[in-house]
Each structure stands twice: as C-alpha cells, then as structure tokens.
Design a protein around this ligand. Structure first.
Ligand SMILES: Nc1ncnc2c1ncn2[C@@H]1O[C@H](COP(=O)(O)OP(=O)(O)OP(=O)(O)O)[C@@H](O)[C@H]1O
Ligand SMILES: [Mg+2]
Length: 255
C-alpha cells in the first residue's frame, strides 16, 4: 500500500506547494514511484512548477471529480522533464487553472468518496510508493475529509504568533481524525532566529512526530514557483534538510 502524505497549513502562502514539489522530485530521484496531486482547486499551482501549460492539460482533478473523465486521464507524466532517475517515476495530477473551472469549484463541494477511489486507482495502476497531496490552506469540511484519507500530514507554518495559534487548532483537529503521523515544518525562518530553539519549541508545543525548521532562502524565493528547488540547487543546505524529510516519509531501506 502506498503512503498518502497531505501537505496542509492553517494560513496561505507558507510554502507547502514548494515543499511538496521538492519532496516529490527528491523521492523520485531516490527511485520511488510518486504521484503529486493538486487538490487546491481554488488556487492550483503544482502544474506551474513543471512548466505544464493550460493548453497541454486536457483533463484535471476537477474533471475527474465532476465525473467527466477517468483519474488515469488526468495523469501528466513529467519524467522527461526531470534528470535521469532510474526506477523512480513522477506523475502529476493537476487541478484546472481555468477561471470557469475555479468558479465551479468554489460553488461545488468535491465528492470525497470519488476522490478516495481515484487515489486508490492511481496507486494500483501506477504501482505507486507514495501519493503526495497539495491541499488548500485553512480548515473546512472538504479539507478535513481529504486529510482523513491520509497516513501522514505535513503541516507547514511561518514563525508568526497567529500561525502558531491556528496551527495548534489544526493539529488538534487532525489528531481527532486519527491520522497516524503528523510532521510540523516551520518554514521561511529568518537568519536571526535560533534554529535549535525554534525546533525545540515546535516539538514541545505540538507534541508532533517530527519538527523541522527551514530557513528563508532568497534562491527559493527567486525561483518563483517555476521549478523544483532541489533540482535547481542540489547542493544547497535546504535541499539536504528536505532530504531528511524525504527519509522520514520513505525510509531508504524500504526500497
Ligand atoms: N524557505 C523559503 N524561503 C523563501 N521563500 C520561500 C520559502 N518557502 C516558500 N517560499 C516562497 O513563498 C511563496 C509561497 O510559497 P508556496 O506557494 O509554496 O506556498 P503555499 O503554502 O503553497 O501557498 P498557498 O497557500 O497560496 O497555496 C513562494 O513565492 C515561495 O517561493
Ligand atoms: Mg500552494
């Protein structure tokens, strides 16, 4: 059975898509078969990291959820765009960036049973090791339902009081859903913050499985969501840290 990892945050813009995309690329380079699914139907962005244009994407997760296509028809094989990666494969399931589709998504709740069976089919037909799900920020009924079908949640937050408070509520909700593993990632931390202290605070506040602190990176900001950071900067310290998280999600000895 593949591991379903959902990336979530209490607030918008804290770096969850950037992290999910980098982790998907790293895990693929390490030989994993990975699907990256964009469930942020109101603000989709995963496709942009792989240079997938609206024109080349015919079917999206939206169309699948609206019963307009099979889940396999939504899969974008991006492996030719990646460096040679042996047995590893990365498949992207994009959400639609078309304004009419986004408007329709705002009006309609997704069918969660159909979503769950879509993931199941992806896992089986593509022989996946991991499914990484990029979810919208904030708590609502739909997001909680997609989180409930995950084995792992990666919660991303900024070093900000409002975020710390909102994330505490989110962790509580996720625990009630009995998701087995929750990792907390404090992201975009300025240089003048004591990283060890921040990490300790994170673990003590949330009693999470793992707490990680990622520093602000001008290189990541400048890349402006155009390509996975870890592929552009393989020797960067941030890439090494993301590698540690990749090990937690899929230990090397399980290949
Ligand atoms: N560690 C970091 N250092 C500098 N910039 C970062 C860092 N992490 C993310 N960013 C930048 O922050 C912005 C938001 O990142 P991203 O889109 O990944 O966040 P998000 O949580 O997915 O946002 P949304 O909630 O809108 O989906 C991007 O411009 C990204 O490049
Ligand atoms: Mg995002």
């Amino acid at each position: 059975m593949s591991t379903i990892v959902t990336f979530h945050s209490f607030r918008r813009g804290v770096g969850k898509t950037s992290l999910a995309v980098s982790l998907a690329a790293l895990l693929t380079l390490q030989g994993r078969r990975v699907a990256l699914v964009d469930t942020d139907l109101q603000s989709p962005s995963v496709h942009q990291f792989f240079g997938l244009s609206e024109e080349e994407i015919r079917c999206t997760l939206n169309h699948y959820l609206w019963n307009q296509c099979d889940i396999l028809a939504t899969v974008q094989d991006v492996n030719l765009r990646l460096p040679a990666n042996g047995a590893g494969k990365l498949f992207v399931v994009p959400a639609s960036g078309r304004i009419a589709d986004i408007m329709r998504s705002i009006r309609m709740s997704p069918n969660i049973d159909r979503y769950a069976s879509g993931l199941e089919k992806l896992e089986k037909e593509l022989s996946l090791d991991l499914i990484l799900v990029d979810s919208p920020a904030g708590l609502n009924e739909n997001t909680l339902q997609t989180i409930a079908v995950s084995n792992v949640v990666v919660l991303v937050l900024h070093p900000d009081k409002h975020d710390f408070q909102g994330t505490a509520v989110t962790v509580d909700m996720i625990r009630r859903l009995q998701v087995p593993v929750v990792h907390l990632i404090l992201n975009d931390v300025p240089d003048n913050l004591d990283l060890e202290d921040a990490r300790r605070q994170l673990k003590e506040t949330y009693h999470c499985d793992e707490g990680m602190v990622l520093k602000h990176s001008e290189e990541l900001l400048t890349l402006s969501s155009s390509w996975p950071f870890v592929l552009k900067y393989p020797s960067h310290p941030l890439t090494a840290q993301i590698g540690e998280l990749a090990k937690l999600l899929s230990p090397p000895n399980t290949l």
